[in-house]
Design a binder for this molecule. Sequence first.
Ligand code: TXA
Ligand code: MG
Length: 347
Amino acid sequence: MDTRILGEAQVAEAAALLRSGALVAFPTETVYGLGADATNDAAVRGIYEAKGRPSDNPLIVHFGSLEAARAVVEVAEDSAAWRLARAFWPGPLTLVLPQRTATPISRAASAGLPTLGVRVPGNELARRLIDTAGVPIAAPSANRSGKPSPTCAAHVADDLRGRVAAILEGEVSEVGVESTIVDGTQSPLVVLRPGGVTLAQLRAVVGDDGVVPCAPSPPETDGSPDLAPRAPGMKYVHYAPEAPVYFFDGPTSDCTAFITKLRDARPAASIALLTSLDPSDVAACGADSVVRCGHYERADTIARELYACLRQFDCEGAVGAIVCYGFPTEGVGEAVLNRLQKAAQKL
Ligand code: TXA
Ligand code: MG
């Protein structure tokens, strides 16, 4: 299949392809999505195939407006979940809500679950595409399963060229990490995946008791299928470049010891340090190279650059291991740490 690269002026063509059942990748403010007409069963199943995605991992369905999203899910106007929708849509928030009984949405989109993840994206081009197509769009991140998410059209082309009909090229994704997923079927609400909207921002709307973070699964049971994780996708390997990723937290001197230990474990590997700190502050750690991702004091800059940095390691080839060190926990830093920890393995 020839993958067409379409520009902003070709939204109508992208929309027509979607309506015909084809797959079209498109920009959102979080990451690029791999879209299909959410009401077309065969098209939605095509997403799983193109991505190499396990079929038990449901997709988020994207709508052009709050009203359109509300037509397919059960949610009370005055509920905490809907207050979040009003506060953050269009924007980087996904709500998991019970599906209405009769909807045109393909069962494959929700992987058979009775709930549906819904979102109104903040990116204007994305909403124009949805409005022009006239159907909701089911879309996971437009990467091959397991890889870091794409934040520009070139990343999508690297992963999916030949597997999708078109890529609608827009701006680089300004948030850089995926949407925050909130389970609206529970009280208090539960954050299933931290993302572009921070916990503090959610709490400013529904109160401190109105929403809680998802309890992390203990390592020995993480990924166990019988535990049925609430955001099913989180049980799979994620966001990982080719080279093994390690995550270290602690004083700089201990990071030096960590890298020494890593050298013993992987004697021939060239070790790269990925950090949001000033490279001169980590020079003593003894890595072979240092890659800076954003600035420690500005978590938004780290989120925006994260996936491009992780993907860059795949282009350089020579990197044998990546140590992530020096990342803040504040604000959207929580989402960044979540992604790094999902990408990382134990030493
Ligand atoms: O920012 C984003 O959310 C991007 C853009 C394209 O919108 N999309 C995205 O999709 O990150 P994806 O498929 O890469 O991640 C969606 C996550 C998966 O972990 C999936 O398990 C979870 O959402 N999810 C979807 N529907 C769900 C549901 N009904 N219940 C629980 N989790 C759900
Ligand atoms: Mg994804």
